[in-house]
Design a protein around this ligand. Structure first.
Ligand SMILES: C[S@@+](CC[C@H](N)C(=O)[O-])C[C@H]1O[C@@H](n2cnc3c(N)ncnc32)[C@H](O)[C@@H]1O
Length: 297
């Protein structure tokens, strides 16, 4: 695609392409289109791409020529439905599926999306356009439920204190902005316990809950297992331990998928120095071929 600036740098691009093992003319699903960096590289290698994203604003990054030529298809939706989209559009079974999880730089940088505690904005955090927002959760979920999700998804040891402070604050007026929530969380934190911004973990937890990120990932893994052609490849980039654990267990427990590496691959120091987002990336790849069993005597 010429003349379009991509505000999100694709992570571990060379490694993703190598593990997808792109074959010209075959179909691949990019379940997390974003700014289209990975899709564009698959197209350049001769592959065809069904791109999915639950965020309709990414359409501006679609390559008009590739769409016109039918080498690129786009569907707005959840990647947990990737099998249904591939069937519906007549591209199943596919030669590979790529998932690059989390939010894009565009989503984080746009204050009105409400993902960032560093930018004032409405407390939204939805990647798509439907469902409950972070403000709905923060203002209406029971205190115990908030504590539990901040603990599970944010791994914050002060989850109970934060949930109590949120409940006290919202009793007088709803918490409707990122700033108001960040301030509430900062007041709940004991002094001297701040390695990073006290709101970072709670914001992560709310984002995961609002978008049901772990449920969607589990659904996508089950769908890709059914949608990959024999010898097809699955490549998943995760950015925190909860996601990586789900991917690792799924691939290990699958009767049809075989992990290509025991340990996840990490971004090179050079890439991390250029793109700090790559620092926490873990790549796991699997092939749709049964694990060879050891001969029994
Ligand atoms: C990290 S970005 C992908 C960046 C992309 N690989 C690139 O090179 O530009 C993740 C994208 O996946 C989308 N996304 C996250 N969860 C999704 C889901 N469950 N279904 C569909 N899209 C999802 C987000 O809206 C976001 O645009």
């Amino acid at each position: 695609m010429t003349g379009v600036t991509r505000p999100h740098a694709p992570v571990m691009l060379t490694e993703c392409l190598a593990h997808l093992s792109v074959q010209p003319g075959r179909w691949y699903i990019d379940g997390t289109f974003g700014a289209g960096g990975h899709t564009s590289a698959i197209l350049a290698a001769g592959g065809r791409v069904l791109a999915l994203d639950r965020d309709p604003s990414v359409r501006r990054f679609l390559d008009a020529d590739a769409l016109h030529e039918g080498r690129l298809l786009f569907a707005e939706g959840n990647f947990s439905e990737l099998g249904a989209h591939a069937e519906h559009l007549g591209v199943a079974p596919v030669a590979g599926v790529l998932l690059d999880l989390g939010v894009s730089s565009m989503q984080l940088d746009e204050a009105a999306r409400g993902f960032s505690f560093r930018q004032p904005g409405p407390l939204d955090m939805r990647m798509g356009t439907t469902g409950l927002s972070a403000a709905d959760l923060v203002n209406h979920a029971p205190q115990e439920e908030l504590a539990s999700l901040i603990f599970r998804y944010g791994e914050d040891r002060y989850s109970r204190r934060i949930a109590r402070r949120i409940a006290e604050t919202r009793a007088s007026a709803p918490i409707e902005t990122t700033e108001a929530l960040a301030e509430t969380i900062a007041r709940a934190y004991p002094p001297g316990q701040r390695r990073d911004h006290p709101a970072r973990r709670t914001f992560q937890a709310l984002r995961i809950a609002v978008n049901d990120e772990l449920g969607a990932l589990q659904g996508a893994l089950e769908a890709l297992e059914r949608t990959l052609a024999p010898e097809g490849r699955a490549v998943v980039l995760t950015y925190h331990s909860l996601e990586d654990r789900i991917v690792k267990h799924f691939f290990k427990g699958s009767a049809s998928l075989t992990l290509l590496h025991k340990k996840p691959l990490l971004a090179s120091p050079d890439e991390v120095s250029r793109n700090p987002r790559a620092r926490s990336a873990k790549l796991r790849a699997a092939s749709n071929s049964p694990t060879p069993r050891r001969e029994t005597p």
